[in-house]
Every structure is written in C-alpha cells, then in structure tokens.
Ligand binder design. Structure first.
Ligand code: HEC
Length: 140
C-alpha cells in the first residue's frame, strides 16, 4: 500500500491517504468529537478571560497567539485525537500560568474551538478525561 501511495507523487494526497489508512490502527474505535451549546457558552466566558488577549476576539485575530480557527489550524490538528489538543492547551496555556485551568475548563474552551471550526454539536458534552478524548479524532 505504501509503495502505491508513494508512486502517486502528489505530496498532500499521499499524506492524506497514509493518514486515512493509519487511522484505524491509531485508534481502535475512533469517535466523532461532540459538545453541547451550553458548554460552548461556558467555554466562551473562559476564553474571553484567559485566552482572547493573545488569540484574539475571533480566535484568529490574535497579535501574539497562533490562530485557533481556520484552515491552517485545522490542517495542524487534522486526524489527531482531541486528547492531544487538550494536552497542549492544558499543559502549555496560558504561557504565563500553564495548567492553571482545570481539565473541565479546558474541555469547555475546546468545545468553543470545535464549534468555531465548524464541527457539529452532539448530544453529550466534550469530556474532560484523556481516555475518551483519545478516541475522538479531529476529522475536519
Ligand atoms: C500570553 C499569550 C497567550 C495566552 C494568554 C494564551 N495563549 Fe495559547 N498560544 C500562545 C502562543 C504564542 C502560541 C504559539 C506557541 C507555539 O507555537 O509554540 C499559542 C498556542 C496555542 C495552541 C496551539 C495551537 C497550534 O495549532 O499549535 C493552543 C491550542 C492554545 N494556544 C490554546 C490556548 C488557550 C485555550 C488559552 C486560554 C486558556 C490560551 N491559549 C492562552 C499565546 C497565548
């Protein structure tokens, strides 16, 4: 399979194919990430207080922080588990006080980020625990 893909010679397509092929191996039972509207509103309050000064009011117009919305951001995280995004946000953000937010607060902010990137809400809130987040793959 790898040989066929390499023979195509189209870098991005090959990467996408390899990614799709490897998904079932990385996560036994990949799930679609979900969140609720209520959670997004909680996340918005936390975001305004702790993240907006760097990442911007729209999540993509920050002077200091990387964009958390848009094609570039989605490209960075496509195919990866939500757990990875949660870990980065939890343990590196905000830079002056890493891990100062609870895992649930970070999950709420992630709900906002998923919503702003066009992911549809689900019936349940986005969990705050690494285990279920590890099964949820960012397909966008
Ligand atoms: C003092 C400014 C500042 C604050 C406040 C801040 N960030 Fe960041 N953030 C950054 C910078 C700068 C980067 C880029 C770091 C890098 O690439 O090494 C970043 C990167 C990130 C990333 C990784 C983006 C990517 O695609 O790799 C995430 C996720 C993130 N921040 C989430 C948050 C969240 C959630 C909050 C609020 C709890 C927050 N940040 C608060 C400055 C900030």
């Amino acid at each position: 399979m790898g040989k066929t893909s390499a023979a195509l010679g189209h870098g991005p397509c090959v990467l996408l194919i390899l990614l799709l092929l490897s998904l079932p191996m990385c996560a036994r039972m990949p799930e679609k990430p979900g969140y609720t509207g209520e959670q997004v509103e909680r996340g918005r309050k936390i975001y305004r207080k702790s993240c907006a000064q760097c990442h911007g009011t729209t999540l993509a117009n920050g002077l200091f922080g990387a964009p958390l919305k848009g094609e570039y951001f989605r490209e960075q995280w496509r195919g990866r588990p939500v757990a990875a995004l949660h870990a980065v946000a939890q343990y590196t953000m905000p830079p002056e006080a890493p891990a100062s937010l609870s895992t649930a607060e970070i999950a709420d902010v992630l709900a906002l980020i998923l919503a702003e990137n066009g992911l549809a809400p689900g019936e349940n809130e986005l969990p705050a625990e690494i285990e279920p987040l590890g099964r949820m793959i960012l397909i966008w």
